[in-house]
Structures are given as C-alpha cells and as structure tokens.
Design a protein around this ligand. Structure first.
Ligand SMILES: *Cc1c(COP(=O)(O)O)cnc(C)c1O
Length: 356
C-alpha cells in the first residue's frame, strides 16, 4: 500500500500533546479540580433524553448563543460557539489566514496559536515577551507594523506564564492592528480568574475577537465547548468556514444549562483564587522563582535543582505538573494547576521534601 506523504510543510511537525500519566494528583492541564454542580449534571441527563436524536442539531446553536450573549451583555450576532475554544481558534485562522498570510504571536505563549497557524499554512511572526513575560506595548506595535499580519494573538491571562496583560498593551496592539487591517484575538481561556476582560471592548467597529472556554472555569473540559465574542461580520466569516452542524445537540444543551448554575461557578472561581494565593505563599517560602498569576495555575522555577529532576520527584510522589523545562524561554520551569485544598497541600509538601 502506498499512501500519500503528509504535506511537505507538515513533515517535521508533530501534534500537540500533554502527557497523561496515571497519578493521584493531576495538576498538569489547568482543568477545574471539581466536577460541575450535581444539579447541573442531573438537569443535563434529563435534557439528553428529550433530544430529537434523528434530527441534526440547531445549526446556529440559537439558544446557547442567546445565553452566552446575555451573559456578556452583547447581541447574539456577536457570538460564535464551537467544540472548545481550540476549534474557534482554528476557524478564525481558516477564515483570515492561510498560505501567504501572517500571524503574530508573543512567545512564550499558548502553543496552539502558532501550531494551528502552521497547520493552515500561515506564516508565524514571533514577538518576544520581556523577562517578566509581559508584552512590551511599543515593541508589539512596531512588530505588527512591520509584519502586516492578518491575525494577532494576545493570550491574557497568558498560558503558560499566568501573566495578565495591562490595558495599555491591548490598546497599543489594537491601534497597530487597526492600522494594519489585522484582527486581534485575545484568548481569555482563563479570563474569569482575572479582574479585567477584553470582552468589554468588543463592538462592531473594533478589530477584536475574544475567545472563552467552558473547559477551565466551568469544570466542563469533557464537553469541548468554547466561544468567541466578536464583531457580527467576524461571526459571519466563522460560519462560512466551520463544518455544518459542528456543535452537537448535547454540547449545546450542556452550555445552555450551565448558565443556570452561574452562582456555583462564581463561588468555585473565588475558591480557586483563594487557593492560588495559598499556593503562591507556599511557593514563596521555597527556593523557587515564580511569576504573578491571574489564572488557575502558577509558573515557577526551582533555583537549585533542574526542572526535570523536580518534575520526576513529584511524579514519584504521584503528583503530575506540567514540565515546561525544555520549552524555549522557560528553561527549568514547571507549571502547576491550582487544585483542591488537599491537592495543593500534597503538592507543597512534596515540593518542600524534594527541594528541602
Ligand atoms: C486550555 C486553553 C484553551 C482551550 O481550550 P478548549 O479547546 O476550549 O478546551 C485555549 N486557550 C488557552 C490559552 C488554553 O490554555
């Protein structure tokens, strides 16, 4: 059998993987540590029985879009939902980039931005964050000016660093993007853990799209649901590139019903932020450097041992964190997700033992 070779431009490319090991404490993928509220799971189970299984789902996801839109105080025409915010990112890149077009990212940042850009054949132009991992507003504007991209990504709070961009960065990037005719995509997968949001700046005349996900805050990573708030014309373009009936009936229901449990979610976010503070003070007392986080994870670097040694020491104690030690600019770094109180306590105790 002779199969076609994979596209030449992808030949050296591998997929995106986060190693999954069987451990007791999983703090490696920034998921919520708790399942969604039981009342939500019951409501969803009831609703699933009534799905018209022989029919295609509502292609426009009308009810879900209305719930998302009213949550953000925008028109439903400014909302597009898909299978995880990753599919939203893919649709944005399919619609606006591809061969002959450029995408600007500021590294280190979420790997999928440049990964999907490469998959669709776009050229990736990389700006570097400073040592504190923030984007320099002046340098960012200059880079956008020079590169003439179609899409500019800003991830805030940024994964894997946790750092939140200042309003000055967004203003500067938006100004340069407007002049370049580019769309700014702010990835707010962790937006609920921070105190500011770019959603407030989205309107019909601003080249800004803000992506969100149910995977992290909403304890619904298994559902694969994300969305973007964007100008109506952007939403129309996304509808052009997405596959028909991409969002299945159960996912639409899950997202819609989740909004009935907003208070429980808000409480969980608050509890995680409290736990994050405890984790940060615990790390402060250990020989590690860390970066300020507006998210549900913390990036840190052990001072005296290598990142690989510490990562392995944690795995030996049945605790899994993300090993970023070999990633560019993140030499020796590990990223720990905020877990339950008990999980964070186990993590801090194990880390203390390894470093002590
Ligand atoms: C986890 C994550 C996503 C998300 O994903 P889904 O496809 O919605 O699960 C997007 N952006 C960032 C920065 C993330 O960390």
């Amino acid at each position: 059998m002779t199969l076609p070779r994979v596209r030449d431009d992808l030949a050296l490319f591998s997929g995106y993987h986060s190693p999954q090991l069987d451990v007791e404490v999983r703090l490696n993928t920034n998921e919520a540590p708790l399942p969604p509220p039981a009342a939500f799971v019951d409501a969803l189970a009831d609703a699933v029985r009534d799905v018209a299984w022989n029919r295609y789902p509502d292609r426009a996801a009308t009810v879900l879009r209305e719930r998302i839109a009213s949550h953000h105080g925008v028109d439903p025409a400014m909302v597009f939902a898909a299978n995880g915010s990753n599919e939203v990112l893919q649709c944005l890149l399919l619609a606006y980039t591809g061969s002959g077009r450029r995408v600007v990212v500021f590294e280190p940042t979420y790997a999928l931005h440049s990964h999907i850009a490469h998959l669709v054949g776009a050229e990736v132009v990389t700006g570097e964050r400073g040592d504190d991992f923030t984007v320099d507003p002046v340098a960012a504007a200059e880079l956008i000016d020079e590169a003439g991209p179609a899409v500019v990504f800003v991830c805030s709070p940024n994964n894997p660093t946790g750092v939140v961009e200042s309003p000055a960065v967004l203003a500067s990037v938006l100004g340069a993007a407007r002049a370049a005719g580019a769309l700014v995509v702010v990835d707010e997968a962790y937006g609920q853990f921070a105190t500011t949001t770019a959603v407030d700046h989205v309107d019909a005349d601003t080249p800004l799209a803000v992506t969100r996900t149910f995977s992290k805050t909403w304890s619904m990573a298994a559902a694969r649901l994300g969305y973007v708030v964007a100008p109506p014309s952007v939403v129309e373009d996304l509808e052009t590139v997405v596959l028909p009936y991409h969002l299945d009936a159960v996912t639409q229901l899950a997202g819609t019903l989740a909004f009935d449990h907003l208070d429980a979610m808000t409480e969980r976010v608050a509890a995680l932020v409290t736990e994050r503070r405890r984790l940060v003070s615990g790390l402060d007392a250990l020989p590690v450097d860390q970066w300020p986080s507006g998210s549900n994870f913390v990036l840190f670097r052990p001072r005296d041992l290598s990142g690989d040694e510490v990562w392995q020491g944690l795995v030996d104690r049945s605790i899994l964190v993300r090993n970023c030690a070999s990633w560019p600019r993140l030499e020796g770094c590990l990223r720990v997700t905020v877990g339950t109180e008990a999980e964070n306590t186990s993590f801090l105790a194990a880390l203390g033992e390894i470093l002590g």
